[in-house]
Design a protein around this ligand. Structure first.
Ligand code: G
Ligand code: G
Ligand code: MN
Length: 550
């Protein structure tokens, strides 16, 4: 009787390549995160640009309109006042006329002085009655029918003032009103602070009459501008506002936006760092990574021919060899592999690995069998047929050494398709087995309908042999049926010598279980094969073969 002690061998370096791959994915997520973090910043800057555009445009429009309505309103009153005086015939420096000038000035708020002027514009006398200083007319332009608007210097030291002059008939005297220039243009901005823009009231010909605000350096082409022409007078109000001044006004907004978008960017960055870390906690993602990393490895449980005592072969059982050295059993991952569909890829990789591990040992021992567990997903399409053909078609392990196990635990979804796939596999020469017979509900009907070659009786039934009369009867029936249909039987989970004897007496061909050996890593299984099924000298070394021949 075979009973092997063994030490499972550690297989280091399995997962290094994959860790690199996972790192790459994480780096990608972080890079995408950084790129995304820039989005709120960019969006804020685009919005701020738009906002500044809007604000600048509105400010210049509104200052231009305000400047024009100020100028228009004041001029209308002064013009009316001068018209009133002319209607009353005021045209000289007589006391009665001077009194009329005084009354008119008192009633006309914007005017600082009202005077009688001669046809050339020389001031003859004013309502103030004080000595007239030098009155130097800098420029003179038509304002409206019969009126001029002029820039006048009262003295060298003072700012020029604006004079509105009403022309008299032909060469006779006219009237004039002096007004401070700053009454024609706004001195405050729309928000109430000092005027940020530069406002100019000029004639339509472009001669400036009054200005306000800080002049804009020439060549600034980022400025906002607006102008408003007067309907009554020969005047245009123009406003320009450099962009940087609008930005300066909204610098708090800019600072606030920068802080907020930085916070958002940091949050996105944080997510970019956390999400990949979270993904590591996601079991499907983790198993997918492990499949790609080749962390699922085959273990081999020896199957013994109990009629001869020789090795029959092995069942391949999947193990998850984690990078940390721990070994996980299928209960922890097979359900996830099956539900995620990764079972197909994992099985293919497992078959390739088992084939490579055993190619030499099995190639020279054509009687040995190697059995694999399949899942329900393998019978949804013919992919498995192609996989098996590719994997074993050109390998030292022949098709007739391969056993594929369908489990009775999972119901067959499509019997017709399953039967076709089973037939195609059998066409290659592969042996088809039903696994876990006795635990499901449809064992017998599977056997009859699928035309399988082998049945594997579950440990549950094996344990009942010799203790439970009913089970013995069922097994007896099963064995008879199997033999009638020319199917072999393998008993699973055999733990004692007594069980082996009972099974052999019942006519069962082979058995696997702890009584012989647990599932073994490839190296241990290969040692076992060499120990119990040594090759003849000739087959071992060509030198020995030639010596024998000689
Ligand atoms: O001995 P072990 O604990 O390894 O097996 C537990 C169960 O996991 C077995 O009954 C078997 O059906 C299942 N199993 C083991 N390896 C595989 C595999 O490669 N594919 C599938 N589908 N099932 C497996
Ligand atoms: O695919 P299947 O369900 O036949 O897988 C066999 C399962 O039984 C595996 O989990 C394997 O580790 C386990 N096993 C193998 N031999 C014995 C045994 O002698 N006793 C017990 N309890 N389990 C066994
Ligand atoms: Mn099995």
């Amino acid at each position: 009787m075979l009973k092997l002690a063994f030490t499972p061998l550690r297989q280091p370096g399995l997962c290094e390549g994959v860790v690199g791959l996972a790192r790459k994915k994480e780096m990608l997520a972080i890079v995408i995160g950084i790129a995304l973090a820039g989005v709120p910043m960019a969006a804020f800057n685009i919005w701020l640009d738009y906002f500044i555009e809007q604000q600048g445009g509105e400010e210049v429009e509104s200052v231009a309109k305000r400047a024009l309505s100020m100028a228009d309103g004041r001029l209308v009153r002064v013009v009316a006042s001068l018209d009133g005086l002319a209607e009353r015939g005021v045209s000289s420096c007589r006391p009665a006329h001077l009194e009329a000038l005084r009354q008119a000035n008192f009633a006309t708020t914007p005017a600082k002085e009202i005077s009688v002027v001669d046809a050339t514009g020389q001031t003859l006398c004013s309502d103030l009655g004080i000595p007239l200083g030098v009155r130097k007319v800098v420029s003179s332009h038509p304002l409206a029918a019969g009126f001029l608007i002029e820039v006048v210097h009262l003295s060298e030291r003072r700012d020029p003032v604006v004079r509105i002059r009403r022309l008299g008939p032909e060469t006779s005297n006219g009237l004039a009103a002096l007004m401070p220039a700053d009454l024609f243009v706004p001195q405050v901005s729309t928000q109430g602070g000092p005027l940020t823009s530069y406002a100019v009231l000029a004639t339509r010909e472009g001669v400036p009459i009054a200005e306000s605000g800080v002049a804009v350096p020439a060549g600034d082409n980022t400025s906002f501008s607006a102008s408003a022409p007067s309907e009554r007078f020969n005047l245009v109000a123009s406003v320009i506002l450099p962009r940087e001044r609008v930005m300066a006004v909204h610098s708090d907004l800019h600072r606030f936006g920068t802080v907020i978008t930085s916070i958002i960017a940091l949050m996105i960055l944080g997510l970019a760092l956390i999400v990949p870390a979270r993904r590591r906690g996601d079991p499907v993602a983790e198993i997918e990574r492990a499949v790609r990393a080749g962390e699922f490895v085959p273990y081999f449980q020896p199957v013994v021919d109990i009629t001869t005592g020789k090795l029959y072969g092995a069942e391949v059982l999947m193990r998850w060899q984690k990078p940390d050295g721990s070994l996980l059993l299928p209960g922890a991952f097979i359900p996830i592999l099956e539900s995620s569909g990764l079972i197909l890829e994992a099985t293919r990789a497992l078959m390739r690995r088992a084939r490579d591990n055993l190619a030499a040992a099995y190639g020279s021992r054509p009687a040995l069998r190697l059995s694999f567990n399949l899942a329900a997903a393998h019978f949804e399409n013919e992919q498995i047929v192609g996989d098996v053909r590719d994997l074993f078609g050109n390998s030292p392990i022949r098709f007739n050494q391969v056993i594929l196990e369908l489990t009775e635990r999972q119901p067959i979804q499509n019997l017709t398709e399953t039967r076709r796939i089973v037939a195609a596999l059998q066409g290659l020469g592969v042996i088809i087995a039903i696994d876990d017979v006795g635990t499901g509900h449809s064992g017998l009907s599977y056997m009859l309908k699928l035309g399988v070659d082998l049945i594997k009786i579950d440990k549950l039934f094996v344990d009942a042999i010799g203790t439970d009369g009913n089970s013995a009867t069922i097994i007896g029936t099963l064995i008879d049926l199997a033999h009638n249909m020319r199917m072999d039987i393998i008993a699973e989970g055999v733990e004692s010598f007594e069980q082996v004897v009972l099974l052999r007496d019942l006519g069962i061909r082979a058995a696997q279980g702890y009584v012989f050996a647990p599932p073994l890593p490839a190296s241990s299984f290969l040692q076992l094969v060499e120990a119990i099924d040594p090759l003849p000298q000739a087959a071992l070394s060509p030198a020995a073969a030639s010596r024998t021949a000689a």
